[in-house]
Design a protein around this ligand. Sequence first.
Ligand code: C2E
Ligand code: MG
Ligand code: MG
Ligand code: MG
Length: 278
Amino acid sequence: QVKMNGKNNFMVFNPSMNEIIQRKASLQQDLKQALKNKQLEIYYQPKFDLASNRYDGFEALVRWNHDERGFIPPLEFIRIAEESNLIIELGDWILEESCRFISNYNLSHQSSYSIAVNISTFQLLNDDFEEKVTNVLEETGLDPCLLELEITETMLMNSMSIAYEKLKFLREKNISIALDDFGTGYSSLTYLKSLPITTVKLDKSFIDDIATDKLSLKIVENVIQIAKNIGLKIVVEGVETIDQLEILKDLPCNKIQGYYFSKPVSKLNLTEVLSEYP
Ligand code: C2E
Ligand code: MG
Ligand code: MG
Ligand code: MG
């Protein structure tokens, strides 16, 4: 079978592409159902704070264990949700669920852990996003300074001034804003100066070989220096080895996140994870 793609090119439409399209359509249906039936779960990955030598917060990461297909990677179903309007409903649920959880956890453990929530660009650009965030904080009683929103530059370039206004409003409420996956895009440095962010999260790919490759280390050192010089906090993600950790301890970064400390865990295993660095 041959399918025209609108220009003067054609692509071969083979069975495996057909499978991909069908998987997508069926996952989209199932995701809607899973959201309604509360079959999604939030996992929490601790962030290690170098200054205090302890965990001081978590990133919320959504998990979907499909009835028949098993674990579906979040990047896959988030993309599917973004292709329909489902990302709004899904994002609302993730934000509320994780804020409520951490607020209750802090109350019952007399702690003040922060929570970082990934926000899709579609959510951020939706008209009532700021209002929803303010409502969730009010309803869950979470202190705004314990909430961090993680955004990525994906699809932001055409809506910079809208994004700017929205983020500025949220900053004025004392909510933190992190630029996620920093170092994977093309014009990252521009975003650092043109958005009212508080934090930069260095992508795993940036630091993978800092322990073995001098050039990689030099680049990371300099990027961290730039971020620090303009007053941003730095979180390094994807740290897996003690060698990476030892190197990063000597650089002026603030927090470390990665399998070296802990994988994302279910809320049921959180207290156990926390007992290691109380
Ligand atoms: P992200 O926000 O950059 O999250 C970090 C990802 O790296 C997570 O993958 C985490 O499990 C993984 N990770 C953390 N430390 C390590 C490490 O040391 N080694 C390795 N190999 N991986 C590590 P996950 O949970 O599969 O999520 C992937 C992406 O999916 C996230 O990247 C984020 O873009 C998106 N995502 C996940 N949960 C949500 C959500 O609730 N909402 C939205 N909008 N997106 C989400
Ligand atoms: Mg993130
Ligand atoms: Mg990231
Ligand atoms: Mg990532």
